[in-house]
Design a protein around this ligand. Sequence first.
Ligand code: FAD
Ligand code: DHB
Length: 390
Amino acid sequence: MRKQVCIVGAGPAGLLLGHLLRAEGIDCVVVEQRSPGYVLGRIRAGVLERITVSLMEQLGLDARLKAEGMPHGEFSLADGERLIHIDLMDLVGQQVTVYGQTELTRDLMEACDARGLQVIYGAEGVTLHDVATDAPFVTYTSSDGTEHRVEARFVVGCDGFHGPSRRAVPASVGREYERVYPFGWLGILADVPPCGAGLIYANHERGFALASQRSPTRSRYYVDVPLTDRLEDWPDERIWDELATRLGPEAAAHITRGPSIEKSIAPLRSYVFAPMRHGSLLLCGDSAHIVPPTGAKGLNLAASDVYYATEALRAFFGANDPDAIGGYSDKALARVWKAERFSWSLTRLMHRFPEDGPFERAMQVAELDYIASSRAAQTSIAENYVGLPV
Ligand code: FAD
Ligand code: DHB
């Protein structure tokens, strides 16, 4: 098969890019190792920035997002004693939209046939070849054992942190920046009403907690846990007890408990791979970078990468401009690094690190106090939370 672009991975980055390229008349195919059901079964991000919503609008795939997504004009930081309200609308005149990654992926998936976006699921042994040249190709084996080859002018790696695309860049070319955190987030999804209208991020002496939601009848909560903990260590009642303690009495009074419909533990990591382009290979989303989830940036960064990649590929194929491809990595990384900084600093502020002593704790207390009393500090948090401009 010959295409202008071969996209590896049909998560949100790959599907979004595929649709945007199709809308530009660029011939592409998406190659995904899993099944559609498996991809939709992964419960992940829930907060969409303006850039992510606007790409769905641009595609005309925003009907359900508009109907079911919940605009949030504020969120709160809890420090064990009080709630510090960050009024996004008042501070920066923007809001975020709470809409699950699963739903966004479903909307993109369901539009594939109508929009003529070809997605090959169940592709095994996906391998990238000759990405340093102008004639790269991707090989895979389909479930019936047949071997396939996709020749393309560009390959875009949207295959997440563990996919093969990043590894196709020689070690002598790419550089890794990494920080691993000493805890993970245990998430619980339950069909119970959320404990309040807004999201609450809490730094409690027992650890971090986050109250989030998916709809007026579906809640999403997280607590941080040591990396050594297993799901079996956390029966539902223990999670609800911990949430009630860590989120504080005001939220606890409004928590409705119920059986979990999903539970998972995700490790926290900050990671950047640079550059995000090598020859004819572009990397988008988690294949090039990971943020700890505290700033709700992972999915949104994938969307902004896709925006820059679409611009670059449109300029290449539409205006015969090879420089556009050359500029992709720097443009994407400038925004990635700022989101890495924000996610890292909010993680540092809102979690109790095992290695911290009284000084580090005093710094957290002072910073939270400063944020509570300073409109300038709140504005800085707000403009990062709603998403920096692309
Ligand atoms: P992915 O969603 O990882 O998609 C990559 C796709 O590539 C997958 O479908 C995968 O099956 C496919 N793939 C992998 N290997 C191959 C291969 N060999 N061949 C072909 N296809 C392949 N972000 C937040 O903002 N908030 C959160 O609460 C949050 N929670 C998270 C929890 C977990 C467990 C994880 C892993 C991430 C979480 N994130 C969260 C981050 C957010 O979900 C990601 O940033 C987002 O999914 C990135 O999208 P992506 O398309 O780049 O990568
Ligand atoms: C959710 C996840 C996040 O990482 C975050 O910062 C806010 C909300 C969520 O899953 O709802």
